[in-house]
Design a protein around this ligand. Structure first.
Ligand code: SAM
Length: 365
C-alpha cells in the first residue's frame, strides 16, 4: 500500500519518519517470549498509525492470531493537519465504497481488525476494515481519547515534536504501553520520576548506534538504502511491560579490580574513583565500570538506564535536581548552564554530562 511517490516530502515536518518492520518485530518479540499471554484477549491501539505507512499496523495484524488479540485499532492523522500540501489519496482509499473526497483531506481514519471479514477462517491484515474518523485523528481529541480508554495496550512511535503531550496523554491513561522516544527524554522532569519509581523502563533493545527510520524529508537523509531515504535517530523504546533484561543484573567487577584492570583509561591505574565537588557521590563514567562492592551513591551516565535492573540498584536522583550549584558558583564566580555534577582534576573544575545517581540495593551482594 506504499504511497511514496504521491507524498510531497518537502512539506513534511520532521515528525514524518517511519519505524522499520524488523525493529518492531525484534522488540515486540521480547515481551511475547517473556510472557506468551501478554497480548492475549487484549485490545491494542496504534494511535499515530496509518497502515499505508505504518509497519506497526502491519505487524500486529499479521500477528493477530499468534498473539491471541481481541481487537486491533489503528488511527491516522489527517493529511491537512500534517500540513502536507501536495497529496493524493491512494487507490486503496479511492476504490473503497467508503471514499469521500472531502473527508479524505480533513479527517483521520480508523482501521479495525476484530472479525474474520472475508470468512477465510483466519484473522489477518485482509480483515482490517476502515472508516473516516469524525475529526482529524489527533491523539488529543476526545474521539481518540475514547479509543485510548477502550484499549488495553497502546503502541506507537509518536511525533517527537509533541512528545511531552503524547507522554502525558499516555500516563493519564494508566494503560500498558510500548513507545519509541528520543533517549534524552529520560532526563525530562515529566519522565524521570516514572523511571526512578520503576513505573516505566527501557525496552529490550540496547541504545548504542541509534535507530534507523524511513524519512519523508529529503533534506535530512543520512543514508539511502535500496532507494529509500533513511535517517538515524538516537531513539529508544520505553515501556511498562516486562521483558527478561529488566530483571537481569549487570555483571560487574569489584572496585579494586576496576582500578587495576578496567578497559577505560579514566579508571585504570587510579587510586580511587573521582568524587563530585558538588554532591557526595563517586563519578562512574561508564556503566560497565560500576564497582559491584561499593555501597555508597554513584553517578552514572544516562545510558545506564538501558541496562537498569531495579532488583540490583536503586535510583536516587539526577544531577538536574540534586547538583549543589552554590558550591560551583562560589568556586567559579559564575555558572555556565544548568545544574550538573563537577569533578576537580589538576585544580580545574570539569562539568560532566548529565548523571543519574544510583545505589546498590543492600540485599544484593
Ligand atoms: C514519527 S511518525 C511515526 C509513524 C508510525 N507510528 C511509525 O512508526 O511508522 C509520527 C506520526 O504521527 C503523526 N502525528 C503528528 N501529530 C499527530 C497528532 N497530534 N495526533 C496523531 N498523530 C499525529 C504524524 O503525521 C506521523 O505520521
Amino acid at each position: 500500500m506504499a504511497n511514496d511517490k504521491l507524498y510531497n516530502a518537502k512539506q513534511a515536518k520532521n515528525d514524518e519518519f517511519y519505524t522499520q518492520y524488523y525493529d518492531i518485530e525484534n522488540e515486540v518479540k521480547e515481551y511475547f517470549d517473556y510472557n506468551h499471554d501478554i497480548f492475549r484477549g487484549k485490545t491494542i491501539l496504534l494511535p499515530c498509525d496509518d497502515p499505508e505507512w505504518s509497519n506497526f499496523t502491519k505487524f500486529f495484524a499479521q500477528n493477530f492470531e499468534k498473539f491471541g488479540l481481541k481487537k486491533l485499532i489503528s488511527t491516522s492523522y489527517a493529511v491537512e493537519s500534517k500540513k502536507i500540501n501536495e497529496w493524493e489519496p491512494t487507490l486503496f482509499e479511492t476504490e473503497s465504497p467508503y471514499y469521500d473526497a472531502d473527508k479524505s483531506r480533513t479527517n483521520g481514519k480508523i482501521f479495525i481488525l476484530d472479525e474474520d471479514i472475508n470468512n477465510d477462517g483466519r484473522f489477518n491484515i485482509n480483515d482490517l476494515h476502515w472508516s473516516y474518523l469524525e475529526g482529524d485523528g489527533d491523539f488529543r481529541s476526545d474521539e481518540v481519547k475514547a479509543l485510548r480508554d477502550e484499549a488495553d495496550i497502546i503502541v506507537t512511535n509518536p511525533p517527537f515534536s509533541i512528545f511531552r503531550e503524547y507522554f502525558a496523554w499516555l500516563m493519564e491513561s494508566g494503560k500498558q504501553f510500548l513507545m519509541i522516544a528520543n533517549k534524552n527524554c529520560i532526563t525530562y522532569k515529566e519522565v524521570f520520576p516514572y523511571i526512578k519509581a520503576d513505573k516505566i523502563w527501557a525496552g529490550h533493545r540496547l541504545w548504542s548506534g541509534g535507530m534507523w527510520f524511513e524519512t519523508k524529508n529529503p533534506d535530512d537523509v543520512d543514508e539511502v538504502v535500496d532507494g529509500v531515504n533513511m535517517k538515524n535517530i538516537p531513539a529508544i523504546w520505553l515501556t511498562n511491560m516486562d521483558h527478561e533484561r529488566h530483571h537481569e543484573p549487570l555483571k560487574l567487577m569489584t572496585m579494586e579490580r576496576n582500578l587495576k584492570h578496567s578497559k577505560h583509561k579514566e579508571i585504570r591505574g587510579k587510586n580511587e574513583y573521582d568524587k563530585y565537588v558538588n554532591y557526595d557521590a563517586i563519578e562512574v563514567p561508564y556503566t560497565d565500570a560500576i564497582p559491584e562492592d561499593y555501597n555508597g551513591i554513584m553517578g552514572v551516565p544516562i545510558s545506564f538506564i538501558e541496562k537498569y535492573c531495579p532488583d540490583q540498584f536503586e535510583i536516587i536522583g539526577i544531577g538536574l535536581e540534586l547538583a549543589d550549584m552554590d558550591i560551583i558558583r562560589e568556586k567559579l564566580g559564575k555558572l555556565d548552564g544548568g545544574p550538573r555534577f563537577y569533578i576537580e582534576q589538576n585544580g580545574e573544575l570539569i562539568r560532566l554530562y548529565e548523571r543519574i545517581l544510583i545505589q546498590k540495593r543492600q540485599n544484593i551482594l
